[in-house]
Design a protein around this ligand. Sequence first.
Ligand code: HEC
Ligand code: HEC
Length: 338
Amino acid sequence: MRTIVGLRKIALVAVLTGVSAVVGAAGCTLFQSEQVAKGQKLYTHYCVHCHGEHGRQNEGYNWGKMPDPRPKDLSNKAEMSTFKDEEIFSTISRDMKDTTPEKGDKIGDDEFAVPTMPTFKHTLSEEEIWSIVAYVRTLHGMKSEFDVAGQIKKLDGVKLSAQKNFDQSKQTFDAAQKKAEDEAEKAGKDDADESVYAKEQDAFVAAKKALDAAQAALTNFKERPKFAAVARPELTMKPDQAAKLAERGKQLYANKYGCNACHQVSDTGGVVGPALDRAGFRLNGTWVFRWVKYPQSMKPDTRMPNLGLSDDDAKAVTLYLATLRAPKPDKPTEKSAN
Ligand code: HEC
Ligand code: HEC
């Protein structure tokens, strides 16, 4: 017993004396492990059903239910090491592409465009997505090289200098305007000639734009995206128009937004969300439109990501769901053995 306590004490002293010596390097490692821990939490909430706790195939409960291609093995270092950190980031944070043959989007040979891998661009902050990248790296024994703290510092710096430039150009603009007004008054005119200070005004407008952009870049990095409340859609239309839109919605459902990765219709599709066979009976169109446009406004922690649907796409998908009117499944008979 004694020796163990003694050893512990020695170890503790060694740790304490070592602390100040390595604090520079350790600060960085500490930050890195905080990032990984944060990423693990998010991965467990948003990814684990499809990719599994360790990133292995057929580990997540949804894996076997998904349409092809099934999620690949994120623990496979040979394959995953071929991706740069930035590539993993841009897969998780991308715009969805319509993969419908002929009608769909142009998709480059090297472009990742599997509709059943959702985007998290409209759900999470960039910092959160980088922390997920850091965690995904650990699944195949690697480390993310991306410097989150450095990026925040850089964006802060850009904002600071944009602010300085803005303040300065506002002063210059105000002074030029005042001078022009004073001169106009001396000359007995009602208004100053705006063209006299047009250059200063242009510079001021440009500086304001740059400041807004710098602020937005910082906000996008640190905070989850927020959107305006979703306006009520116009869903009444002629039956033939509704049928046409529903047909388009069916394509978008599977080929662009991969809703079938998480929802079943006629027993095919994933099981992360509820089956939608009877959505046409159960769900109100306006509600569906608002939900798919911005699920987090109704349920902040839902596992369903905001997939970035345009109003037109959300309308088409809503009209498709309205056509899903499967009969009620037979209720299993209770106590059938009696
Ligand atoms: C609804 C199921 C599903 C969810 C949820 C999901 N993925 Fe995927 N993921 C897929 C599918 C399908 C693919 C495409 C097949 C493949 O390449 O693995 C994929 C591919 C990937 C890839 C490989 C990309 C490439 O270039 O080949 C990475 C990395 C990845 N997902 C990470 C994540 C992370 C991180 C999350 C959570 C933030 C996540 N996925 C959530 C289904 C899912
Ligand atoms: C990553 C998985 C995932 C994807 C992709 C996904 N959903 Fe969902 N969806 C869910 C989950 C989980 C819920 C349950 C909501 C909750 O309680 O958090 C849900 C709920 C819903 C509901 C409400 C269902 C009900 O019975 O209350 C609708 C409608 C819906 N999703 C439609 C869609 C559509 C349309 C798409 C594609 C544009 C889509 N979902 C993509 C996971 C997903």
